[in-house]
Design a protein around this ligand. Structure first.
Ligand SMILES: [Zn+2]
Length: 426
């Protein structure tokens, strides 16, 4: 029987972090080693001699496969991972045994700091993906200023893990592992505890961002990594949703090695070396991230002109605990300069969820999420996670993510530097 939302069992964010299970500890290492071997991943270490936990391990983030590299990177030390509640879905028991600490995505959770302090007291490794989501096009996502503040608070060494080519083996927009060889991974002690003490927050942030900078398509092109999979472009239209030729939105599709526009019929091939090439006429963007950033520029213009607006019916699933999504049925989502406004009815009662522009500097999205085989966005409060599936054909979750970031920049400021916007925040 359906329960009232007040009676839902919720993920316990305050339970003290468990140290990683000692039986599973070597098992994860063996599985991770095998997984990395299949991708012919090589590891290089810098300034790591004699380093003992506690330390903070920061990694760039492209795909599920990153977790294998992560495990190799922190071995033989025991870790605790910061994982979003939806990340636990389907793996709750095992992730708790492995030392997972729950968080709701893009929410300010002060308990998280307390949890990390406990891991420090245990003398273990705190593992964090500071981009807080998979990269949509193989380039670095935003790393908020708060990461540097956290480093100052923890007063422990910082190790960065820079992975390359993971987007190519498992692109966000296809989510299938192609088992391709990846680039060399650099594990580096970026800052010792003494350096953390001496540096300012902005110097720490700058160092972290530089250490985790990446562009996996540029890596592929530079290293002449050949991907001759006949289906290599399938799914890429989910993140390249606007046609650069006729400027129509939501008109792109992909098949085989091609991305094309249903409106003007223009076609581009994703070459074996990761470049785009128009089959006829001008190639607007040969580098896929440039096409992606051009879309961002267009969204930014809508934000600046005050015309950005999305209004769509949505399907809503709630994830109060991590074990089971609760279908709430159909609702309505508005995204505008006032942020997100979602409304729905459940068991005869009306509900609304507001997320102001200032509350979210970015938005977690999923492409063809396995529960419904549809794309969705994630709106979270401290108590609940909602997976929200837009039903309008005139919508795209990548555009919603770009708009969330551009609205924040325009009305709030630069999340990486803390610089405030001159515009009024909503
Ligand atoms: Zn077109």
């Amino acid at each position: 029987m359906s329960k009232h939302p007040q009676e839902w069992k919720r993920f316990d964010m305050h339970a003290p972090p468990r140290r990683q299970n000692l039986v599973l500890w070597p098992v994860t290492w063996l599985v991770a080693r095998a997984y990395c071997w299949l991708h012919r991943e090589k590891f290089k270490k810098e300034r790591m001699e004699g380093l003992k936990p506690p330390y903070l391990l920061l990694l760039n983030h492209n795909c599920f496969y990153d977790y294998a590299s992560m495990t190799v990177a922190h071995m033989p030390h025991r870790p605790n991972y910061i994982i979003s509640v939806d990340g636990f879905h389907g793996f709750t028991t095992i992730l708790k045994l492995l030392g997972g600490i729950g968080k709701r995505k893009f929410t300010n959770d002060i308990y998280l700091i307390r949890q990390m302090m406990r891991v420090k007291q245990h003398g273990d490794v705190i593992v964090l993906f500071p981009e807080a989501r998979y990269s949509l096009i193989g380039t670095r996502a935003l790393i908020p200023e708060a990461v540097g503040k956290l480093v100052k608070l923890l007063k422990i060494p910082v190790v960065t893990v820079h992975m390359q080519g993971h987007h190519q083996t498992m692109p966000f927009w296809s989510q299938k592992d192609r088992f391709l060889p990846v680039g060399e991974t650099l594990i580096r002690q970026l800052f010792t505890a003494e350096e953390v003490k001496a540096l300012s927050v902005s110097e720490i942030n700058q160092g972290i961002r530089e250490a985790l900078e990446y562009d996996d398509f540029a890596w592929q092109q530079k290293n002449k990594v050949k991907i001759d999979l006949p289906t290599r472009a399938e799914g890429i239209h989910q993140v390249l949703y606007q046609c650069p030729h006729c400027l129509t939105e939501y008109s792109t599709r992909s098949k085989g090695a091609l991305i094309y526009c249903e409106h003007c019929k223009k076609e581009w091939e994703l070459t074996e070396y990761g470049e785009l090439r128009a089959l006829e006429g001008e190639t607007e963007f040969s580098h896929p991230p440039h096409w992606y950033e051009w879309q961002r520029d267009n969204v930014r213009r809508e934000v600046e002109e005050g015309t950005y607006l999305l209004e769509t019916p949505v399907l809503i699933d709630a994830l109060p605990d991590s074990r089971k999504f609760i279908p709430l049925g159909e609702g309505k989502l508005i995204h505008s300069k006032d942020g997100f406004h979602m409304s729905w009815s459940y068991l005869g009662e009306d509900y609304t969820l507001e997320k102001k522009v200032s509350e979210m500097y970015s938005c977690h999205i999923e492409i063809d999420f396995h529960v419904r085989k549809m794309s969705c966005i994630d709106l979270s409060t401290l108590e609940d996670t909602y997976f929200v599936y837009p039903l309008s054909e005139a919508s795209n979750v990548t555009k919603i993510a770009l708009a969330t970031e551009e609205l924040y920049k325009y009305y709030v400021g630069n999340v990486e530097t803390g610089e405030k916007s001159p515009h009024i925040s909503t």
